[in-house]
Design a binder for this molecule. Sequence first.
Ligand code: ZN
Length: 168
Amino acid sequence: MSNQAEEKRTVQADDVVTIEYTLTVDGEVVDSSSEHGPLSYLHGHGQIIPGLEKELEGMAVGEAKEVTVAPEEGYGPEDPNAFIALPKSEFPPTITLEPGVQLQLSDQSGQVYNATIHEVKDDSVVLNFNHPLAGKTLHFQVKVVGLRAATPEERAHGHVHGEGGHAH
Ligand code: ZN
């Protein structure tokens, strides 16, 4: 009896869900659980992108699905104001100034920002501070490989403990 009940369990809020997934963008695989192992997250807490979380609702262990997520439900649209030109002289010579190169910059208060070189001009470099996947349509191949109710502690913390989660 309890085994049958377990098999019929489907993804709902406050469940710890473990998924295998492959994320393809513009025909290229950009992230896959085959590289770093399955992902465990607490469902209904905004820990994964909204467009994927919504589609996982109601799935059972062993079920697989292809999910297409528009930018608005993924990493958001690309913000045209997040492209900023800086003088070439501000970049240390150790940095390769080529489109696509990713950089980390910090401001006076120590806050770190990730940016991608968008364009290199004669005396300036245009940096893109958008998330690399902003404005992109995301294609997920996703499979539910684990499902259990969260512990009261996990619900209170809003994240998963143990394997694949936080160690405390
Ligand atoms: Zn915790």
